[in-house]
Design a protein around this ligand. Structure first.
Ligand code: ZN
Length: 501
């Protein structure tokens, strides 16, 4: 008996649906590995994850996909055209890298990661340097396999932010740098702001209860998600019906768990809002890291660090922590959560200085790939840039060029997505504010459905239907533009620090 012939679109969709199921099952295993895995189970779990990776890779590079894509007729809808476009891109990306290269990369990455952990603990860049040398060489080879017109960085960066290029990043970063460096300098001359109210003893169960109340108010669905504890907070999706977040608690500092949870909930609400018509399809995935970060940063900063939000939320946090915050005026609390101070560590940076950390990495990655910076010179170049942009010099490599995990994982071209997300968060928030005139009053009253509804409609539901630049243009009417973000930073922080323009 022979199988009835089907049309190529149906076959393609069925094949991709299985890949989606496998990838989501793999994500469950990874989540469990990060949250609950007993120590002795690590090797077995590693084996299971490696097997799933191999099975997924085999299926994703199956030549049948190429055959179906070639045989597709005229798309009968915009969604069908989008599916073909996304499937073509993913097939091209997975088939361009030769098997032996992928194996080399995996092996070198494992060694690099172990070396990075040791090097960071010892604060000794020389232990990591030979591995980074290989990582840079592999990234250059990868760029060659993937292909690019102008700069190898284009091919790498495009893996994380489809359609973005080195030139575009360079231009938008230049605008942002020119505006941020003087702002940081002015803030240093402004009034003193203390974050002491946040640096008291806060019990973990109460921190958790308060953070849960806030993200539930935002619209994060615990019916389709959950919150757990981890060392490194993240959000992960096993379909829009199960999007989980994690956080970490510092019993002596209120900020990390609170703003970390708001941030991860922003990521998660994006995934929870993708249209169910894209279930088990490549269109059912978030479209890029930059768009993802625009969502997390919006809820963390534009909502979560705004004065209006705390008009509503402050009495509640005071009620949760009466001994610590009962006598702290709202204005002092608002200043504390928005304190600006140049610091060495990117993930702890405030809204103003954060992007300078990203720019340092972007410029150094370009120099490493271009060969104008030798690996051995990296710590010195890193420290010089921190001096130039932030006015501070890291005391050691652990707090300098060894702080981030990305390079040890083989990832170059990733860092700019953080800043692209910040920039887009303001463009999108302002578009939402003009579409929903009550937005400001809503936030002051603890009502977030207007904002979430606008995001669902204009960003979330689309999944990967549009490329990031088109999604942004449809939602805001503009291309990527640092202008609104720069204006926002100036407005907010010049007022807070009492400095003239
Ligand atoms: Zn994030």
């Amino acid at each position: 008996m022979t199988k009835a012939p089907q049309d190529p679109l149906t076959d393609l969709k069925a094949h991709l649906a299985v890949i989606s199921d496998l990838a989501q099952a793999q994500a469950v295993l990874s989540w469990d590995e990060n949250v609950y895995l007993p120590e002795g189970a690590a090797p077995a779990r590693g084996q299971q994850l490696a097997t799933l990776s191999r099975v997924i890779h085999e299926r994703a590079t199956d030549p049948k996909i190429g055959g179906w894509l070639d045989a597709l007729g005229e798309p009968s809808s915009a969604d069908e055209a989008a599916l073909a476009r996304v499937a073509r891109r993913e097939y091209r990306l997975s088939t361009k890298l030769p098997g032996d290269f992928v194996e080399d990369f995996t092996r070198i990455r494992s060694a690099a990661q172990a070396a990075w952990v040791g090097a960071r603990a010892a604060s000794d860049f020389s232990q990591f340097a030979p591995h980074l040398e290989k990582i840079v060489a592999l990234n250059l080879r990868q760029a060659d396999y993937l292909g690019y017109d102008t700069h190898p960085y284009d091919a790498l960066h495009d893996l994380y932010e489809m359609g973005s290029t080195t030139e575009k990043v360079r231009a938008v970063f230049a605008d942002l740098r020119d505006a941020t460096v003087p702002l940081v300098r002015d803030i240093a001359e402004g009034r003193d702001v203390s974050d002491a109210p946040l640096r008291q003893v806060f019990s973990e169960p109460e921190q958790e209860a308060f953070a849960v109340k806030m993200v539930e108010a935002f619209g994060y669905s615990f019916r389709h998600g959950r919150l757990d504890r981890t060392v490194h907070p993240f959000a992960t999706s096993f379909s829009k019906y199960d999007v989980r977040i994690t956080t970490r608690y510092d019993p002596n500092f209120l900020s990390p768990a609170l703003f970390g949870t708001l941030h991860e909930a922003g990521h998660a609400m994006y995934e929870q809002g993708i249209s169910s018509s894209f279930d088990r399809s490549p269109l059912g995935a978030a479209v890029s890291l930059g768009i993802h970060e625009s969502q997390s940063r919006m809820w963390e900063n534009l909502v979560g660090r705004s004065y209006g939000f705390w008009r509503w939320a402050y009495p509640q946090v005071q009620e949760t922590f009466p001994a610590q915050l009962g006598n702290v005026p709202l204005d002092d609390f608002y200043a504390a959560i928005n304190k600006v101070a140049p610091s060495f560590i990117r993930v702890e940076a405030d809204e103003v200085t954060y992007n300078l950390h990203v720019m340092v990495r972007f410029e150094l990655e370009l120099a490493l790939l271009e060969g104008s910076l030798k690996i051995s010179e990296l710590p010195e170049a890193w420290n010089a840039k921190y001096g130039e942009y932030l006015g501070i010099t890291p005391p050691n490599d652990a707090e300098g060029c060894l702080q981030d995990i990305h390079w040890s994982l083989g990832m170059m071209g990733y860092f700019p997505t953080y800043t692209l997300g910040n920039i887009m968060s303001v463009q999108l928030f302002e578009a939402a504010a003009s579409a929903v005139p009550t937005l400001g009053a809503d936030i002051e009253g603890g009502r977030f459905d207007g904002l979430l509804g606008w995001l669902r409609e204009n960003v979330h539901q689309h999944g990967s239907r549009f490329e990031p630049a088109e999604l942004l243009r449809r939602a805001t009417g503009s291309d990527l533009d640092a202008g609104p973000y720069v204006a926002y930073l100036n407005r907010k922080f010049r007022a807070l620090y009492g400095i003239e323009r």
